[in-house]
Design a protein around this ligand. Structure first.
Ligand SMILES: [Zn+2]
Length: 159
């Protein structure tokens, strides 16, 4: 899995901390594996299988929180809206030379990267979201996957 990270150097991939409960997670309920480094909470990771069934990993770094009142933020992957710090702006270094030159892709994302659980109602939604969703769980999961693949394409894009 470490080899799947498209925007990490080999050294970074070897050093990144994989969650200890990996094997215990319910893979059937996951569109992707996402976790925040417990000891270094500004670092988050997501790993998914792309359309060719290859694992693709992306490392993310939480952007410094801005000043001023905290407003609600919508996760651009699963579209859950969180108040306060529930969602955060994270940046992913671009893959390859562009990333080494410091270029990043920003994304608003659930701070716990638990989008799959929100989509399936396995984690309770923030009060702002207690609006009836007209989409089924399958449709929401499909939307999450589309958004994830689009994001990964942006990270991988060379320009
Ligand atoms: Zn989310």
């Amino acid at each position: 899995m470490r080899a799947s990270f498209v925007n990490a150097s080999r050294g970074e991939a070897e050093r990144l901390r994989v969650p200890s409960d990996l094997a215990a997670r319910s893979w059937d309920d996951l569109d992707f594996l996402g976790w925040v480094d417990e000891r270094s909470p500004l670092h988050a990771y997501l790993v998914l299988a792309d359309d060719e069934d290859r694992l693709v990993g992306v490392q993310l770094r939480r952007a410094p929180a801005g000043v001023g009142p905290r407003r609600a933020r919508m996760c651009s992957l699963c579209t859950t809206t969180h108040p306060g710090q529930g969602a955060a702006l994270m940046v992913a270094p671009r893959a390859g030379r562009s990333g080494r030159a410091g270029n990043t892709v920003g994304v608003d994302v659930c701070a716990d990267v638990a989008c799959s659980a929100y989509v399936r109602g396995l984690k309770s939604l923030p009060p702002l979201m207690r609006v009836p969703e007209t989409l089924t769980v399958e449709e929401r999961a499909a939307r999450l996957r589309r958004n994830l693949l689009t994001f990964v394409d942006r990270v991988r894009a060379q320009r």
